[in-house]
Design a protein around this ligand. Structure first.
Ligand code: 5RP
Length: 219
């Protein structure tokens, strides 16, 4: 089975976690695109969506799904999103699609984070995938120095400006043995908007696409 087929399967499987009559939190990426396409089949049974990126908003609207302002909501039951890596504790690296800040904001409003991913994303220890950090442009050089000081190799993602008008630094060479500690540390550097470690906002459930079918991991 191809990776695209695995993504389609987990996107469809995520429909079981959508609470009828409620607003659904929607992430960003190719796996989420499969979820959005599946969500369109039950669009009359939800109260709309709150979106984590301009790209997802566009796709949701193209399907006729109403996209609501997150400031107008009290909270949502579920947030459904992909990941670049997920470990056996539900901690994730996200931000390969540069949408990490809005993803973390929507995840923060949700009771449960349902991660949808193909089995290539499951790792023993986070850090093989370059860790994205969204930064205020004037802080980029100083944040790069701080990254080197903790043993990482920073690279400014070329040609990318986020939906928030910021830049992305991708960090190679980190072995993230304690995701919560590293998230807390990097979050405190001046000029960091969001670090792509999702430990405080880790997944509650991961629907993992495998050739043998969709596996459900509970955390
Ligand atoms: C975007 C993300 C995505 O969830 C992550 O990059 C996974 O994307 P894909 O489903 O295309 O592999 O964090 O910022």
């Amino acid at each position: 089975m191809t990776q695209d087929e695995l993504k389609k399967r987990v996107g469809e499987a995520a429909l079981a976690y959508v609470v009828p009559g409620s607003v659904v939190g929607v992430g960003t990426g190719s796996t989420v695109n499969c979820f959005i396409d599946a969500l369109a089949t039950m669009k009359d049974r939800i109260a709309g969506a709150v979106s984590s990126s301009e790209r997802s908003t566009e796709r949701l609207r193209a399907h006729g799904i109403e996209v609501l302002d997150s400031n107008a909501l009290e909270g949502i039951p579920v947030y459904i999103d992909g990941a670049d890596e997920i470990d056996h504790g539900g901690h994730m690296i996200k931000g390969g699609g540069a949408a990490l800040t809005r993803e973390k904001i929507v995840a923060d409003t949700a009771e449960r984070f349902i991660c949808i991913a193909d089995d290539s994303k499951l790792v023993a220890t986070l850090g093989h995938f370059p860790l994205p950090i969204e930064v205020i442009p004037m802080a980029a050089a100083q944040i790069a120095r701080r990254v080197r000081a903790i043993g990482g190799e920073p690279a400014l993602r070329q040609g990318v400006v986020t939906d928030n008008g910021c830049h992305i630094i991708d960090v190679r060479g980190l072995r993230i043995a304690d995701p919560l500690a590293m998230e807390t540390e990097i979050n405190q550097w001046p000029g960091v908007v969001t670090v792509g470690i999702f430990a405080r906002h880790r997944a509650s459930v991961c629907l993992l696409g495998t050739p043998a079918g969709v596996k459900t991991l509970q955390f």
